[in-house]
Design a protein around this ligand. Structure first.
Ligand SMILES: [Zn+2]
Length: 208
């Protein structure tokens, strides 16, 4: 059985030295409401060798997990701990040490910690005009967008607990996303819940 994109059920694909067998392609409704497809792959955990299944967006094996659920869980817990520490401001980064309560607010309005210069090939939608560029994420006029064009968060939805939601996704550069969210919430502050745009009163458009 084959489909128009040249993927055949049962085929073996390789990514980062790990082999994945394509076992299913299913219809899928994306977070933004669009109909899409996901691929189901079977592979062996790179930590323990156990068989596991992982799903990815269509034709995006780069977003497959590399480990069984038990070992993914362990990785996620580590990632989550780092993100929570980052958001709480207790993660020690290469920034000048400061004290006092006002620094938490100062951190929120601080300028970007970095600007990334790495190249990312756009495989999905073309990005809206970029305001800040991270390694994996960009703050744009639309909100936040994955630089490869495959994931976007509209500016009106920036306050919906994405740190927690995205911590589930192994492909996400969590520290980069955290910085993007911090900057985007400054840039698009007028979109915050309960804040109507002074000029037009319009809310942000839905994710595209
Ligand atoms: Zn494992």
């Amino acid at each position: 059985m084959s489909n128009s994109h040249g993927f055949t059920l049962g085929m073996i694909a390789e990514y980062r030295g790990q082999k994945y067998r394509l076992i299913d392609v299913r219809p899928y409704r994306r977070l933004d409401g669009r109909d899409s497809q996901i691929m189901v792959w079977r592979s062996r955990c790179m930590t323990c060798g156990a068989l596991f299944e992982t799903t990815t967006p269509f034709r995006e094996l780069t977003k497959a997990t590399r480990r069984c659920s038990a070992h993914v869980q362990r990785t996620r817990q580590n990632v989550r701990a780092v993100v929570e520490a980052y958001v709480a401001g207790t993660l020690k980064l290469a920034a000048p040490p400061e004290t006092s309560d006002t620094n938490r607010d100062a951190g929120r309005s601080a300028p970007p910690a970095y600007h990334a210069t790495n190249r990312v090939r756009v495989r999905g939608q073309r990005l809206s005009p970029i305001i800040w560029q991270g390694r994996q994420w960009a703050v744009t006029k639309h909100g936040i967008e994955c630089r490869d064009g495959t994931y976007a968060i509209a500016k009106s939805r920036l306050w919906e607990g994405w740190e927690r939601h995205m911590a589930e996704k192994e492909w996400v550069d969590q520290a980069d996303l955290a910085e993007a969210l911090r900057i985007a919430r400054q840039v698009h502050a007028k979109q915050a819940p309960g804040t109507m745009s002074q000029r037009t009163g319009k809310r942000g458009r839905a994710p595209t």
